[in-house]
Design a binder for this molecule. Structure first.
Ligand code: PXL
Length: 285
């Protein structure tokens, strides 16, 4: 069994960050250690949210873990609330990694051409610095544009545009980059990745479901992290993660009581169990 540390906030309402990472990684068969960075009454797309900042707890937790000599097979980070938290996460990378530890950074900062509430370009620059230390980064197109200081463009990317963005993202320091929300055809949506070590691209597309729910990127990043830790190749991990999200979006749309509280990933979890049983490759421990 792999042990993964995931560092993100707890948003009580809204199916995102730790409330999706923990169940997804657990169902994929990983021991999941959580480090909550803040507790919010709901994610920041809601108005008037409460925010309990846990930054000052993080060094003390690290101190205890160092005494216990804990290390992890992977460290996966999502939404981080401040530049100070990014700095502390770099310390966690340094102190709790072995040479084989996968560092996975989802640079959660924005979507649909805009940064989320509370973030600015200087935060984006700090997050770009964290990405430089990662084995795998998973920006969406908005986050990639902020990282590369490019104009935000939602559609109209050609395959060679996306390949160029992926290469430039890796040139910032990460070994592999996965770009989510990629579409070359109006009926298809998926993700494309680049491995700078082998100089190879992978991509997987599925039916475009014409809705957008908050937290979808967090579900995707959790699933992809879990799949890589299961020993799946990037091509297999992309396929599983896109299929999982499409299933979750379909289930969400089919629910007559649906509200904008994230995607119904819970009823898509059996897909992850089924596909786990069919995994052919395993990474050595
Ligand atoms: O889904 C990303 C996310 C996670 N956590 C919090 C957020 C957001 C996006 O807005 O506000 C608190």
């Amino acid at each position: 069994m792999k042990r993964i540390l995931t560092i993100q906030d707890i948003s009580c309402i809204g199916r995102c960050s730790l409330t999706v990472a923990l169940p997804i990684l657990s169902v994929m068969g990983h021991e999941t250690v959580i480090l909550p960075t803040a507790v919010l009454s709901a994610h920041t797309q809601f108005s008037h949210v409460t925010f309990r900042d846990l930054t000052s707890d993080l060094p003390a937790i690290a101190h205890h873990w160092k005494q216990e000599k804990f290390t992890f097979d992977a460290i996966y980070t999502g939404y981080l609330g401040s530049a100070e938290q990014i700095r502390i996460v770099k310390d966690y990378f340094r102190d709790f990694s072995r040479p084989s530890t996968f560092r996975i950074v989802d640079p959660v900062m924005g979507d649909n051409g805009k940064l989320y509430t509370g973030f600015d370009e200087s935060f984006a620059a700090q997050m770009t610095g964290l990405c430089a230390e990662a084995d795998i980064i998973l920006p969406n197109l908005t986050e990639a544009a902020y990282m590369l200081k490019l104009p935000c463009q939602k559609n109209g990317y050609s395959e060679s545009d996306i390949q160029d963005i992926l290469r430039r993202l890796c040139a910032l320091g990460a070994k592999r980059a996965v770009l989510t929300g990629v579409s070359f055809h109006e009926t298809e949506l998926g993700a494309m990745s680049y491995d700078s070590v082998t100089d190879t691209f992978d991509a997987y597309f599925s039916e475009k479901i014409p809705v957008s729910y908050h937290g979808t990127g967090d579900c995707f990043a959790s699933c992809l992290s879990g799949a890589i830790l299961q020993g799946k190749t990037m091509a297999e991990a992309l396929r599983l993660s896109v299929d999982f999200i499409v299933e979750g979006l379909r289930l969400t749309m089919a629910d007559p009581d649906r509200r904008d509280y994230g995607i119904n990933f819970e009823e898509a979890l059996p897909l992850l169990i089924h596909r786990k049983q069919n995994t052919s490759l395993h990474i050595s421990s």
